[in-house]
Design a protein around this ligand. Structure first.
Ligand SMILES: [Zn+2]
Length: 393
């Protein structure tokens, strides 16, 4: 299936996968040059320079795009997971100085090479599950030095690893000790973000807009300033408490509003009328034993929904695409077709890249998956299993 399109698909359009039976794709120098039926003999110059891959009997689809992760971090929080299973909440662990702050300490201590080597291992696993582009956020340093270190690690990995990386500055992940919310936002805008722009270290900016973290008014001030500096916007919105994050994302024309477990009807309506993608992270709700975001209702309301793993060391330590698909279909009631759209063209749109990735269309990057089964329904039916036989980048 090609998932053909150049922008996010809303509502019912999410069910259209644009399937070509017995198809053929020609990729020249990394760019898709032809897609169509294999009965047409597409004339390439110098056929001796091409590798022919026979995918007879297999479904071919665009590479998956994991549009929300925090995959560069130091240390792990396996102990905290067991506390949570006993009933402690994410916010109560955070208020005890655990949670994100323990990752911040470990990431500050980690060397560039340690972060890079762990990041590479994580990218290898993603690639094996068909991920060809991943978004990675900073946000585990809070101070300028560590945030820049995280972003520079991602820049090097992007150059060296087959998986493409879209970097997001998320210094606004938590308020560091010794700062007020307002003073920390001023610090980011003054000290950190100009360097990121100058060195081209991140395309997007993100903020944890949440009660007790960054309020809606401060989030708006931060995001408007980021937009003026040339960043594209993303928001961790309405995850634990409804704070009007979805409405804010739509108002600011953010690329995406992410999480949305508590998004109100008004918030969902605002997203459906905007170009902001509703990015849902079912593995996080699963890991935190929370109710899932209203994926079905959002699509029925006409939203463009994307799915992502939210890989991070605290609330959701998994980069499993099969688990994401299973939870989205079983608990958020997405159809197999919608889940695939949510991981391809809509995820590309959530990164502002629907013109170059996310579908098998002429002119886009040659990022493909050959699945081990004859049709895409196995991706949902073969629960939690990796159905990717080969990832092509
Ligand atoms: Zn996140």
């Amino acid at each position: 299936m090609t998932c053909s399109g150049l922008s996010a698909k809303h509502g019912q359009e999410m069910s259209e996968l644009h399937i070509i039976e017995n198809g053929q794709v020609v990729i020249t120098e990394g760019i898709i040059e032809f897609v169509g039926s294999s009965s047409e003999k597409y004339p390439v110059e110098h056929p001796e320079n091409y590798e022919i891959i026979d995918a007879t009997g297999k479904a071919v689809l665009p590479g998956f795009i994991d549009s929300h992760t925090h995959f560069i971090f130091g240390g792990y929080r396996e102990e905290e997971f067991s506390w949570r299973m006993k009933g402690d909440s994410y916010m109560s662990i955070m208020n005890r100085g655990g949670g994100i702050y323990s990752t911040v300490n470990a990431t500050r201590k980690a060397s560039f090479e340690e972060l890079k080597s762990a990041g590479k291992t994580r990218l290898d696993r993603m690639l094996a599950m068909g991920v060809t582009t991943v978004e990675g956020k900073s946000g585990y340093g809070l101070d300028s030095e560590t945030e820049l270190k995280q972003l520079r690690v991602m820049k090097e990995l992007d150059m060296e690893h087959p998986v493409s990386i879209v970097s997001t500055y998320m210094g606004a992940h938590a308020v560091p000790e010794g700062y007020s919310e307002e003073a920390y936002i001023d610090y980011m805008l003054r000290e950190v973000m100009p360097v990121i722009r100058r060195e081209n270290l991140a395309e997007c900016c993100d903020i944890f807009c949440e009660k007790g973290v960054f309020g809606t008014a401060e989030s708006k001030r931060f995001l408007l300033a980021a937009k003026n500096m040339g960043f594209k916007l993303k928001i961790h919105a309405d995850e634990i408490v409804n704070t009007g994050g979805a409405e804010l994302a739509a108002e600011l024309c953010a690329l995406s509003a992410d999480h949305l477990l508590q998004a109100s009807e008004k918030g969902i309506a605002a997203l459906s009328e905007s170009n902001t993608v509703a990015t849902l992270l079912p593995c996080t709700a699963f890991s935190l034993k929370e109710d899932y975001a209203k994926g079905r209702e959002m699509i029925d309301a006409g939203c463009a929904v994307a799915l992502a793993t939210d890989l991070n060391p605290g609330s959701c330590f998994t980069s499993s695409i099969p688990l994401t698909i299973a939870l989205a279909c079983i608990y958020m009631k997405l159809s197999p077709e919608e889940a695939i759209t949510a991981l391809t063209i809509n995820a590309a749109a959530a990164l502002g890249k629907a013109d170059s990735i996310g579908s098998i269309d002429v002119g886009k990057k040659g990022h493909l998956i050959i699945s081990s089964f004859s049709n895409y329904r196995f991706l949902t039916y073969h629960i939690g299993m990796n159905c990717v036989e080969r990832t092509i980048v």
